[in-house]
Design a protein around this ligand. Sequence first.
Ligand code: SAM
Length: 285
Amino acid sequence: MNYRHAYHAGNFADCLKHVILARVIEHLKIKPQPFRVIDTHAGTGRYDLGGIEAGKTGEWQNGIGRLMQATLPATAAALLEPYLATVRDINGSGPLSVYPGSPLIARSLMRRDDQLVANELHPDDFVELKALFHKVRDSKVLNLDAWVAVKSLLPPKERRGVVLIDPPFERSDEFDCMAEGLEEAIRRFASGVYIVWYPLKDARAADRFIGRTRAAGAVKALDVRFQICEPAPDLGLTASGVLIINPPFRLRSELDILMPCLSATLAKDASSSFGMTQWEDVGGA
Ligand code: SAM
């Protein structure tokens, strides 16, 4: 396990994924019944943007760095506000120097009785995550393989909630693992919302994964793809996708407003673009 999210925290891919996570949580809060957030690959939960790792890539500067400075149309700004508020809160009155990871963003937006389960396999990251959530009520931190966690945690007792699946893609068979894991997850908790992040380096591999997931019972879903510039060998990740299974009703129309703003704000060249594909199968794919 060599992947460390500290190198990438707050980059364009994090911004997209965390905007979607925040919007989904805001939708779940519309109903009074408690819900659960299960974060299968949680990371450390908090990242030092002035640290050595973040400094080596500088990725956050073209991600959350730009987004925090952007002047956006009022409707987009209002939709982004819950997410951006979590970033402002963790930084207090000082300059942007810390970025919240997915479990901290989720917990900051959740209500008192909503339950958070954050799971992280890397032993060092787990220790940091555990310390961060020490004594935070209605929050549990686990140190399991994500797919073992999925089997043991689903369905949640609230029968409402969101599962964030955000693997590091270190393994060459990560798309296959995700497809298998998701199939099992959907079988156990078909009504859950799933937010699944993936890198877009090989569009055909991503398409195969989407096709497999659809065939496995993802009846309603929205696939969002975002490119910030033309890929080049020295550039690292330039495009990523987020698949949302059982997206909240208004998420698509919100992303119709947000994606042009994210694309314009986070673009590294004129080829910045996004695409969204939605499906709702009657009786399965
Ligand atoms: N979700 C985090 C966020 O948005 O702030 C970032 C997570 S990072 C992309 C992926 C994390 O998965 C890493 O912290 C890595 O250590 C962890 N990880 C790798 N393999 C895992 C596995 N099999 N089960 C659980 N966690 C794993």
